[in-house]
Design a protein around this ligand. Sequence first.
Ligand SMILES: [Zn+2]
Length: 568
Amino acid sequence: MISSPIDEIKNRLDIVEVIGSYIKFKKAGANYRALCPFHSEKTPSFFVSPARQIWHCFGCGRGGDIFGFVKEIEGVEFGDALRILAQKAGVELKRQRPELKTERQRLYEICEWATRFFEKQLAGSSSGKEAKKYLLSRGITEESIEKWRLGYSPDVWQSLSDFLTSKGYKKEEIEKAGLSIKSEKGSFYDRFRGRIVFPIFDLNSQVVGFSGRIFKSPDTAKYVNTPNTLLYDKSRILYGLDKAKVAIRKKDACILVEGNTDVIMSHQTGSENAVATSGTALTPFQLKILKRYSNNLLIGFDMDVAGETATKRGIDLAQTQGFDIKVIRLPEGKDPAEIISKNPKEWEKTLTSTVSILDFYFETAFANRDPKTPEGKKEISKILLPVIKRIPNEIEKSYWVQKLAKNLEVKEEDVEAELKKVKLEEDIYGLEPEETINLPQKSRKELLEERLLILILKSPQNINLIDEGKVSCFSPPYQEVLSKLIKKQSPEPEPFNYLSLKAEIEEIEEKDILPDIQFCLKEIQCLEIKKRLDQISQEIKKAEEDKNSQKIEELTREFTKLAKEISL
Ligand SMILES: [Zn+2]
């Protein structure tokens, strides 16, 4: 039998590995448990079941198989999820007719071709070779050039565009991929010209954008980047995360640096848990992604504690979101790339000399200000109070309040009073509170039925308690599960998988199961009777209108009989 590519992919990939490449989770019995990547929560209600190859979040109700997960987390259509997973699984998909390809897919292809074009230029053309020499002189190795797929864009107006059109892509598509610019006259020219090009990868190592930097005369902008496109949104991407995510999880820490070369050089020395923000401050979205991998951030760039810079705002946000932040002590005015190019060993050493963000702020705030003078006290507290206010833990907060009071030689109550006055920017915007989610409301009957099924799945011999004749009273999806279980057949995967997973997770004492089942059965029966009673009342009303006394009598008899059953 020939299996479909979907089955083939499912056979080859393990859900734990696929989901594990996006989020970190902990083993919980036979399953894995994590904070849900799709809604914000403080206690993990996201489960992955290796036995069933499914995932389910009991907080927001999302769930499914690997395809559903990739669709959801990448924000893509099914076709794209299929391609992503096919690539992971090494399953070849049949060639699609070009007109059936999604726009997204064509843009991915354009970016891939462009990357190959730039790589070839770096290796072959004369100015490309010059660019390569420059990279090597900066300490970037041949292996890194290959691994990060660095390239060179020739200093002419249309070399890449011509190459891509020869591959069958339209000029408009090339522009949409961010690779060319439309002039006022309506012609297109290459965005990247005469630059070293760093491809930017998404979490699946597919190229989605580029960053080009000059290496010779600094008479033009130092950097040129892909604008936001269908594939690339700079507020959502962290440079190097696709190559760093495993190391971040393993080391349970993420090194944040500023530039692409800092990332590349850090990986080169073996510290592969480094990423860079793509020339912007950290955004809530990026932090959310990082949280999947680790809660520990190591800051590897200069930070102006008194300034209102974008970089500082990103770190503030990370602090509010409960990240444990440490600052790497960089030697005066040096960036990681410089340190590494001089001596790779030095970087490893630097990484071990970190200081907590609070200690860092304290040191820096007190360093150039005089805590003896009223102005100095005011300036120092202006820097430190917001940082203290952001600490989520009250005990920790109180420690820093005491320390600040002591170092400023003022009363603790005064520090407390000032602390109350501080307004945090993220509070004003109300960033990222715990979400409240409206799950599709289940009726009481459905909830009881679900509970009953879970209990039966926990101790299957109790299926004998269900009267086969009563199965038709159950809500449709549960009806199917029950009748199959009674017939000792396997039910359809949905909602059976979900129920089984829930049964596995639910902690119920053995001795409570039977009474609980009996309770559910009784309640379900009561609800059924009440429903019938409502119907009878309606019918009596109608019989009264028709003056059908015989019918009235019959119905009343049934009503009394049923009403008695509930009161039992
Ligand atoms: Zn959720």
